[in-house]
Design a protein around this ligand. Structure first.
Ligand code: P6P
Length: 342
C-alpha cells in the first residue's frame, strides 16, 4: 500500500522568523534577534515549569532549599529570566513586566528600536494545581527619533508589531502573530529544543457554543452582561443543545482553547472591578491582536475594539470579550438592547 507520506516540511520557529525577515528588504535582523531572545526565554521557562514540582519551585518565596539560599517563586525566576533575555539581546530598549512596578530601560542597548510588554507567568496562582500557565507578550517599535520612553509602550494595540503567548501545557505551545499577518502555532520539541510549526494560519471558527467566564462574579455584572450569559443558558443551538461552560481560570489556557475550538472568553468589567481585572498591555491587547488576526473579535466593556484602547498607565486594566466573530456580535446586540433601556 502507499507509503505514509513523511512530513518533510518541518518548519522551525527559527526558519519561520528568517523567512519573515527576508520578506522585508529593509529589515536589519534586529527584530529577528529580539524574537530569538523571546524564544530562548520561553524554552527556559518551560524547563523550570517542568521541574517546578520536582524541586519544589512552586513553594512560596522565603522557603529555603537544600543549599539554604533564598527559594524563589517560579514567577520571580521567569521574570528574571525574561528580563535578562531581553537585556542580553541588545535589541530591547524598554520592558514592561507584570512583575515590575516600573518600566525597565536597557540603557546599554544602544540603538535598540523595540519596546516589549510581558506577563512572564500569567495565571501563576494555578501553578500548584498543575493548571497550564503561560507567558503573554507584545512588541512595539519605538517612534522615529525616540530614545525609548514610557510613551513608546503606552500605545493602542493597533500599533503592535507582533504579539502572542506561550502556553506551558502538556507541551509548550507558542502562538505568534505579526501586524497584518496570520496566526501561527508552534510546539516545542524538547528533544531538539526547537519550536516546530504545527498550527499554520490558525482561524477561529465563526461560531461555537462554548462560553468561558467566571460566573462567580455574575452578581457584580452589568445587566447587559447578565442578560447575554443568561441567554446562552436558555439558548438552544441549531442541534437543540445548550452552550458548554469551560473556564480554567488561566487566561492563556482559556484563550488557546477558544482560539482552537471557538466560542467566547470574557472577563467583564463589573461593579467590583469597574476597570476590569485583566491588564491591557500584556494580557488584553496581545490576545486581541491574536484573536483579530485569526478572524475573531476582541472588545472592551464599552464594546470598543480592544486594539483601539489606549492604556492610561503601564498596568492599566480593561474588561474584555474575545472569541468567535458571530458570538461577539451577540454581545454587541445585548449591549445595544440595554443601552435602549431593555
Ligand atoms: P479569576 C490569573 O490570575 C488571571 O490573571 C488570568 O490568567 C485569568 O484569566 C484570570 O486572572 C482569572 O481570574 O477572577 O476568574 O480567578
Amino acid at each position: 500500500e502507499e507509503m505514509e507520506k513523511v512530513n518533510t516540511h518541518i518548519v522551525t520557529l527559527t526558519r519561520f522568523l528568517t523567512e519573515e525577515q527576508v520578506k522585508h528588504k529593509e529589515a536589519t535582523g534586529d527584530f529577528t534577534l529580539l524574537c530569538h531572545a523571546l524564544q530562548f526565554s520561553f524554552k527556559s521557562i518551560a524547563y523550570y515549569i517542568r521541574r517546578a514540582t520536582l524541586v519544589n519551585l512552586t513553594g512560596l518565596a522565603g522557603s529555603s532549599n537544600t543549599t539554604g539560599d533564598e527559594q524563589k517563586k517560579l514567577d520571580v525566576i521567569s521574570n528574571d529570566l525574561f528580563i535578562e533575555a531581553m537585556r542580553s539581546s541588545g535589541k530591547c530598549a524598554l520592558l514592561v513586566s507584570e512583575e515590575e512596578e516600573d518600566v525597565i530601560f536597557f540603557k546599554d542597548s544602544k540603538n535598540a528600536r523595540y519596546a516589549v510588554a510581558c506577563d512572564p507567568i500569567d495565571g501563576s496562582s494555578n501553578l500548584d494545581a498543575g493548571v497550564s500557565v503561560g507567558t503573554i507578550f507584545g512588541i512595539h517599535k519605538l517612534a522615529e527619533g525616540s530614545m525609548g520612553t514610557k510613551e513608546d509602550i503606552l500605545k493602542p494595540g493597533t500599533e503592535l508589531l507582533a504579539a502572542g503567548f506561550t502556553m506551558y501545557g502538556a507541551s509548550a505551545q507558542l502562538v505568534i502573530t505579526m501586524k497584518g499577518g496570520s496566526v501561527n502555532g508552534f510546539t516545542l520539541d524538547q528533544a531538539l529544543g526547537e519550536f516546530i510549526l504545527t498550527h499554520p494560519d490558525m482561524r477561529l471558527p465563526k461560531k461555537r457554543a462554548i462560553y468561558s467566564v467566571n460566573e462567580g462574579n455574575s452578581l457584580y455584572w452589568e445587566d447587559n452582561v447578565k442578560n447575554y450569559f443568561n441567554s446562552l443558558k436558555e439558548a438552544t443551538t441549531e442541534n437543540g443543545k445548550p452552550y458548554s461552560a469551560r473556564y480554567i481560570g488561566s487566561m492563556v489556557a482559556d484563550a488557546y482553547r477558544t482560539l482552537l475550538y471557538g466560542g467566547i472568553f470574557a472577563y467583564p468589567a463589573d461593579k467590583k472591578s469597574p476597570k476590569g481585572k485583566l491588564r491591557i498591555l500584556y494580557e488584553c491587547a496581545p490576545m486581541a491582536m491574536v484573536f483579530e488576526n485569526a478572524g475573531g473579535q476582541a472588545l472592551d466593556s464599552h464594546m470598543k475594539r480592544m486594539l483601539e484602547v489606549v492604556p492610561e498607565h503601564i498596568h492599566d486594566r480593561s474588561g474584555i470579550f474575545m472569541g468567535s466573530y458571530d458570538e461577539i456580535e451577540k454581545v454587541k446586540a445585548f449591549h445595544k438592547l440595554s443601552a435602549l433601556g431593555n
